[in-house]
Design a protein around this ligand. Structure first.
Ligand code: ATP
Ligand code: CA
Ligand code: CA
Length: 436
């Protein structure tokens, strides 16, 4: 099954939602950026601001194409996060609101989340569940402190947290984050590794039909692949991963993975990928084979359609200026430049393989720890309830609830560390094995 990253234009079923997301982002981000910078307070982490957009505009918000409500969460914290991650404020806005806006990856995982790429491919908007949204707000301070103390963090970089609601529609929460993959380089293979082997297999038979499929742990092992880092890079990489995972363990987070995109320098770029919006993607969520119906995909109700038609007529009649399309569609200059500060994104936006003597290798890895907003309790709510029940019966401390995030993280670090070795070391080991 090939899923195409489709351009979200006015004919797209999610156009209105996407448009509203970007209009809201542009308004709230400019609003916060316009103020003098200041230090964060505790209240900033809890802050939320609600805005009503409509087609006529009001004293607070400019006119928009559609009526919708927009909520902006912890704007000052995210402003500071964007600074920590070395994003240029103007560039961020241009990227997210330029003319062709977004391409949609659809709903890759079992979670039903939708992914949208900014036109220049630098940013990803991911719709998230309410539970994930609440959880991110709860851990925001820990996350903030961690990334501040760890400029080389491998964790997803969150740039904004918002909510959008169209009339008669449901509330859609979303985050803006970094796209780990580069706009200007082919990714020849993608892996999503968790350190588990159960169910972690992409059917190899389907690979031919989906050459860009996201492969999993068993596919990685079957190919005897490694993250080929010489001593210096290996040490830095494993140390940072350990620090990041410690935070995830402390916050009882599970189900995250290491996303790895491999660019083979010998193959180079096979296609001209200047306009990535037309690229073919195979999303790699856990149950990519079974897409779930998503909130964004529902067909609009009669009422909504009627309203939309009315709005369109109104727009045509009044020739309302359409703010979004006035934004320039310039292609922001070369990409991932804002990532220069992060050690793991310095080799053309990624982290190049090295040999045993630390000389450059043949591949560039684009990697990071993704999907890190799942609290153990949402996975283990059933077990927890049982545990409560058993505790009552046996009057005894059970350890079930304390263990999973710890064990998940330990297993993750162990697996990734074990597959981090140079080509030379892997070949030596293979030869030794064969000799025995
Ligand atoms: P599930 O919970 O079923 O795993 P999900 O909806 O939470 O799915 P993720 O695991 O976050 O989705 O991501 C699914 C896929 O989307 C990844 O395997 C990867 O292909 C792509 N993806 C996610 N985050 C990023 C990112 N930051 N950069 C590039 N690609 C990403
Ligand atoms: Ca996932
Ligand atoms: Ca998920």
């Amino acid at each position: 099954r090939v899923v195409v990253g489709t351009k979200v234009d006015q004919n797209h079923v999610n156009w209105v939602t996407a448009y509203n997301m970007l209009t809201g982002i542009r308004f709230t981000v400019s609003r916060t950026n316009a103020k003098m910078d200041r230090e964060l307070t505790d209240a900033d982490f809890e802050a939320k601001h609600k805005f009503s957009f409509d087609i006529t505009g009001n004293e607070l918000t400019p006119s928009a194409k559609y009526d919708f409500k927009f909520k902006d969460y912890a704007p000052w914290v995210f402003r500071h996060l964007r600074t920590i991650f070395k994003l240029d404020p103007a560039d961020y806005l241009v990227s997210l609101t330029s003319k062709y806006i977004l391409s949609e990856l659809g709903s890759p995982g079992k979670s039903g989340s939708f992914f949208y790429f900014s036109r220049d491919y630098k940013y990803i908007i991911k719709t998230i569940h309410h539970a994930e949204h609440k959880f991110l707000r709860k851990i925001l301070k820990d996350y903030y402190n961690h990334v501040q103390a760890n400029p080389n963090t491998l964790l997803s970089q969150f740039y904004g947290l918002h909510r959008v609601k169209i009339p008669y529609g449901r509330k859609i929460h979303f985050v803006v984050m970094n796209n780990l993959f580069p706009p200007h380089r082919d990714i020849h293979r993608t892996f999503d590794l968790k350190g588990s082997t159960i169910g972690r297999d992409f059917r190899e038979e389907e690979l031919e039909a989906n050459p860009r499929a996201t492969l999993k742990d068993l596919n990685w092992l079957r190919r005897n692949l490694h993250l080929e880092f010489g001593p210096t890079k290996k040490k830095a990489f494993i140390e940072q991963m350990q620090k990041d995972v410690k935070l995830l363990q402390r916050l009882h987070i599970m189900d995250y993975s290491l996303l790895i995109g491999i660019h083979d320098l010998e193959k180079g770029n096979e296609e001209n990928l200047r306009d990535k919006t037309l690229q073919v993607f195979q999303p790699g969520g856990d149950n990519a084979e079974e897409p779930q119906p998503n909130m964004l995909m529902r067909t609009p109700s009669k009422l909504e359609s009627a309203r939309k038609a009315k709005e369109l007529r109104h727009m045509i009649k009044t020739q309302k200026p359409v703010p979004m399309e006035q934004t320039s569609s310039k292609m922001p200059n070369e990409l991932h430049d804002h990532q220069r500060n992060n050690y793991f994104y310095t080799d053309d936006g990624g982290f190049q393989a090295t040999h045993e003597d630390d000389t450059p290798g043949e591949e560039i890895y684009y990697l990071g720890i993704i999907d890190c907003l799942t609290h153990a309790s949402t996975l283990y709510s059933f077990i927890k309830r049982m545990e409560h029940f058993i505790k009552g019966l046996m009057n005894e401390e059970s350890q079930i609830s304390a263990i999973p995030p710890e064990r998940y993280g330990d297993r993750f670090v162990k697996f990734i560390s074990a597959v981090t070795k140079t080509r030379e070391a892997a070949e030596r080991e293979k030869a030794e094995e064969a000799a025995n």
